[in-house]
Design a protein around this ligand. Structure first.
Ligand code: ADP
Ligand code: MG
Length: 297
């Protein structure tokens, strides 16, 4: 699969603030790629550099595996902040103006309004739209040039649950149409639900990147206790099936296993064979939330 985007060693300073510190990753074509991180982690800065609004302090951006050109840029659609539509004009009129500004000669206004499910409201004034509808109109505007790659910065921010569901559905639909979507989000569950791939940022540093089902795995966790915890830990570290042994709460250890592979019987038997009698044995599921906090703390 070809890459639509590669960033290499991106760094960005705002005065003394280091907003990005040596970030590198690639976005394969056809993915929904999430840039995930808490507020202030550098997501908007990253999108700004990729879309040529900001200059990096260091590093390079490649589009479609080449140095960026104007022709590449025409294949990109961006929605980085709520755009300025005219409040007193209709959806159609606003898109006509947007198309004129972008110098798109034969914009398919009907097509893009249908795509975002606003065709029925095409003659309504922008000011009568809900926040979700305004955001959908912004996506329609983004679609006018029929881009191959779309950039969205926190596309569901401020929306109600229905609006959020609509936007998420719309983004998945765009990917089914063959578009690559790159979206910033601070919401783990959003990335988990919507994205196929993810890059996780923490204070301007990349801490993980790859397929969502590899990065955000929901490990099985078994909690155990014994009189001699240190001896138990050494024994468990020799147990072949697990993926890690960690100190847990108050005199307990947690053993991690790949999703769906933990067996309490196997743990109990292994420990007994090693000469340890467990005083506590419990299966716990680790939430993605825990994983995210682990990754970003
Ligand atoms: P995010 O989108 O993940 O919330 P940003 O890219 O907006 O993160 O910000 C990353 C860091 O850079 C933050 O510490 C922020 O305060 C700082 N920053 C962003 N824009 C500017 C700016 N124009 N001037 C100074 N600092 C900025
Ligand atoms: Mg931001």
């Amino acid at each position: 699969m070809a890459n639509v985007l590669t960033v290499k060693n991106l760094c960005k300073n705002y005065g003394s603030i280091r907003a990005l510190n040596g970030v590198s990753f690639s976005v394969p074509a056809g993915t929904i790629f999430g840039i995930l991180g808490p507020n202030g982690s550098g997501k908007t800065t990253m999108l700004g550099i990729i879309t040529n609004i900001l200059k990096p302090t260091e590093g390079e951006v490649k589009l479609f595996d080449e140095a960026p050109t104007a022709a590449h840029r025409r294949r990109m659609g961006t929605l980085l902040e709520t755009p300025n539509f005219y409040h007193y004009l209709s959806a159609v009129k606003n898109l006509e103006i947007a198309a004129a500004i972008k110098a798109i000669e034969t914009p398919d206004i009907e097509g893009v309004l249908k795509k975002v499910n606003l065709w029925q409201r095409k003659d309504s004034k922008f000011q009568t739209f809900s926040l979700g509808m305004k955001q959908r109109l912004a996506i329609a505007s983004c679609l006018l040039g029929n881009p191959d790659v779309m950039f969205f910065d926190e596309p569901t921010n401020g929306l109600d649950p229905v609006g959020i569901a609509e936007i998420r559905g719309l983004i998945k639909g765009l990917a089914r149409d063959g578009k690559t979507v790159i979206m910033a989000s601070h919401m783990l569950d959003e990335v988990e639900k919507v994205c196929t791939h993810v890059a996780i940022l923490k204070k301007g540093e990349l801490i993980a990147a790859g397929a969502v089902d590899e990065i955000l795995v929901n490990d099985d966790v078994v909690e155990v206790g014994a009189d001699d915890l240190a001896a138990l830990k050494l024994q468990l570290q020799r147990m072949p099936q697990n993926t890690g042994v960690f100190d847990g709460d108050a005199g307990r250890l947690t053993i991690h296993f790949a999703p769906g592979t933990a067996s309490l019987g196997a743990v109990n038997q292994f420990c007994f064979q090693q000469g340890t009698v467990l005083t506590h044995l419990q299966l716990k599921k680790k939430s993605l939330e825990t994983k995210f906090i682990e990754l970003t703390n």
